[in-house]
Design a protein around this ligand. Structure first.
Ligand code: SF4
Length: 458
C-alpha cells in the first residue's frame, strides 16, 4: 500500500499501538501438553523435524475441516491448484473422486452435531437418519431449524431437484404486506482505525444503499441509491437522510435480507443521539429510524416501528429451500438457486427488459439480459458483473467476497477501504464506484427476484 505523501513526523507523534505484557499468556502456552503428551517445545521440534524431512503428517480430520483454508473449487483445481481438503479426506477415509461428488455432511445448514457424527464415521449427508437430525416442530409457522435440516437431508437422499415452498405459509405472509414493496440493502464497514477525525475505533460506517420498488401492478424499478466514498467524510447521517427521503413517500412494506440493516440503523440512532446538538434534524431522523426498525441490545425504552422491516432471509429459512442452495442461505447462493428453479424468471429475464428506459428501469444497466445459460444451467448473475478488483486472481476475489448470513458484502467493504486509503486516479476511483453501484443494485434486484419467484409459485 502506498504511504501518503502528506504524512509528517507530527502525525506520527501519537502512538496508535501500545505495548502490552503477554508473559502470562506465553507461560500458559508453554505449560500446555499436546494430545500426545508432548510439551510445547517438543511439539514445535517435532513439527520442525517433519518439515525438514519433508514428511507428511497424517491429518486429523474433524468439524474444523468445514472451514479448511485449503479448499479449492472446480475452476481453481482446473487451473492447477492443489485441493488440501481432498488430500486429507482421501487419506482419512480412502475416498475416491466420486465420493467428493456426493454432498458432504458439512453442507447441512446450521448443524451443531458435526463432530459427534464424524466420530461415528457418518460423513455424507445422505447417510444421516432422522435420529441424527431429530426434526422437531417449534410451534411457529413454517419450518423449524431441525425440520429444515431434515428436509435438506431428505431432498439430497432422494435426488430432488425441484424447490420446496410452503405455499400456505408464504401466502399468509404476503397477505400482511402493503404495496408498494421496498427492497433495500446496505453496504457498511467497521474499521479499527477510523477514516475520519473525531470518530472511534471499530465504529460502524454506512456508505451505500440500493433501493428497488415493486408496485401493486407488478411493475418493478430500481428507484434509488446512495454512495459516499469521499475521503474524510463520515457518511452515516447523510446516508439516513437519503434513506428517509426515499422511504417516507408511502407506507409500503420494506424488506431487508438478514438483521444487518436493522442493527445498523440502531447503531446510527445511537450515533445521532450522541451528536444530537450538531445535527439539526436529529429528532426527525430518530423518529424515522424508529418507524422502520425494532430496538436491539436492551435499549430503554424498547420500540417496534409501525413499518418494522420484514426480513426476507427469515422467510427463506421458514418457507423455502432449493437443493442448489446446499447449506447456505446467503443471497448470493439463493439467487442462482431461485433462478434455476423458476421457469417464470428464466423466461422473463432472458429478454433485454432491464435497464435505463426499459420495462424495468435501472440506474446502472442498459438493455440487460440477466439469464444466460451455460451447459444447461443458469449462469450466476453475480459472476456476470465485472470484477471489482482488477489484477486480483479469482481465488483472492472469492476470499474478499466471502459472505454468509453473518458477513455481508466483504468485497464492497474492501473496495471502500481501498478508496479511503489508497492514492488512485480519478478514473480508477470512478471504475470502483461504478462496480460498487452495480453490485449493490443486483443485491436488491436479487431480493425482488426471490419475491417474484414465490409469487409465481403460489
Ligand atoms: S482438511 Fe486437512 S488441512 Fe483442512 S482443516 Fe481438515 S485436517 Fe486441516
Amino acid at each position: 500500500m502506498a504511504v501518503s505523501h502528506t504524512l509528517s513526523m507530527q502525525d506520527l507523534e501519537h502512538k496508535v499501538l501500545v505495548k502490552v505484557p503477554v508473559d502470562e499468556a506465553v507461560e500458559y502456552i508453554y505449560e500446555q501438553l499436546h494430545d500426545d503428551d508432548k510439551s510445547f517445545t517438543d511439539h514445535i521440534q517435532h513439527l520442525a523435524r517433519e518439515y525438514e524431512n519433508d514428511d507428511k503428517i497424517p491429518p486429523s480430520v474433524g468439524s474444523q475441516c468445514k472451514k479448511c483454508e485449503f479448499i479449492c473449487n472446480a475452476e481453481q483445481e482446473a487451473e492447477g491448484f492443489k485441493n488440501g481438503f481432498k488430500e486429507c479426506w482421501r487419506q482419512a477415509y480412502k475416498w475416491q473422486d466420486k465420493d467428493f461428488e456426493e454432498a458432504h455432511m458439512f453442507e447441512l445448514w446450521n448443524f451443531r452435531g458435526v463432530q459427534k457424527l464424524i466420530d461415528t464415521d457418518k460423513v455424507k449427508l445422505a447417510d444421516l437418519t432422522e435420529d441424527d437430525v431429530k426434526p422437531k416442530d417449534d410451534g411457529k409457522p413454517g419450518l423449524s431449524n431441525s425440520q429444515r435440516q431434515w428436509l435438506q437431508v431428505e431432498m439430497c437422499r432422494d435426488g430432488e431437484t425441484e424447490a420446496y415452498l410452503d405455499v400456505q405459509g408464504i401466502k399468509a405472509e404476503m397477505a400482511s404486506w402493503t404495496y408498494p414493496l421496498h427492497f433495500i440493502d446496505f453496504e457498511t464497514t467497521t474499521v479499527a482505525l477510523p477514516f475520519t477525525q473525531g470518530r472511534r475505533p471499530y465504529e460502524g460506517i454506512a456508505f451505500q444503499f440500493s433501493h428497488h420498488v415493486v408496485r401493486q401492478d407488478d411493475s418493478i424499478a430500481h428507484v434509488g441509491e446512495y454512495l459516499n466514498t469521499e475521503r474524510g467524510v463520515f457518511p452515516n447521517i447523510d446516508f439516513v437522510r437519503a434513506l428517509k427521503a426515499e422511504l417516507e413517500q408511502d407506507k409500503g412494506t420494506i424488506f431487508r435480507y438478514a438483521d444487518h440493516e436493522n442493527n445498523f440503523l440502531n447503531l446510527i440512532a445511537k450515533q445521532i443521539k450522541a451528536d444530537a446538538d450538531s445535527i439539526e434534524d436529529a429528532d426527525e431522523l430518530l423518529t424515522f429510524i424508529q418507524s422502520i426498525t425494532h430496538s436491539t441490545g436492551g435499549v430503554k425504552p424498547p420500540w417496534t416501528g409501525e413499518r418494522d422491516m420484514v426480513d426476507l432471509l427469515k422467510l427463506v429459512k421458514r418457507y423455502y429451500y432449493h437443493p442448489d442452495m446446499k447449506g447456505s442461505n446467503s443471497l448470493r447462493q439463493v439467487l442462482p438457486a431461485v433462478l434455476s428453479g423458476s421457469k417464470f424468471l428464466q423466461k422473463k429475464y432472458s429478454q433485454p427488459i432491464y435497464g435505463e428506459g426499459c420495462k424495468i428501469p435501472s440506474l446502472h444497466f442498459k438493455d440487460h439480459i440477466w439469464i444466460k445459460m451455460e451447459e444447461g444451467r443458469v449462469v450466476d448473475p453475480y459472476k456476470q458483473l465485472p470484477s471489482l478488483f482488477k489484477g486480483v486472481s479469482e481465488k483472492n476475489v472469492a476470499l474478499l467476497s466471502e459472505e454468509d448470513e453473518l458477513s455481508n458484502g466483504g468485497a464492497a467493504m474492501t473496495a471502500y477501504t481501498k478508496i479511503q486509503f489508497e492514492d488512485m486516479s480519478e478514473y480508477e476511483r470512478e471504475e470502483l464506484e461504478q462496480g460498487l453501484l452495480k453490485y449493490c443494485e443486483l443485491d436488491t434486484l436479487a431480493m425482488v427476484m426471490v419475491y417474484e419467484a414465490w409469487k409465481d409459485m403460489i
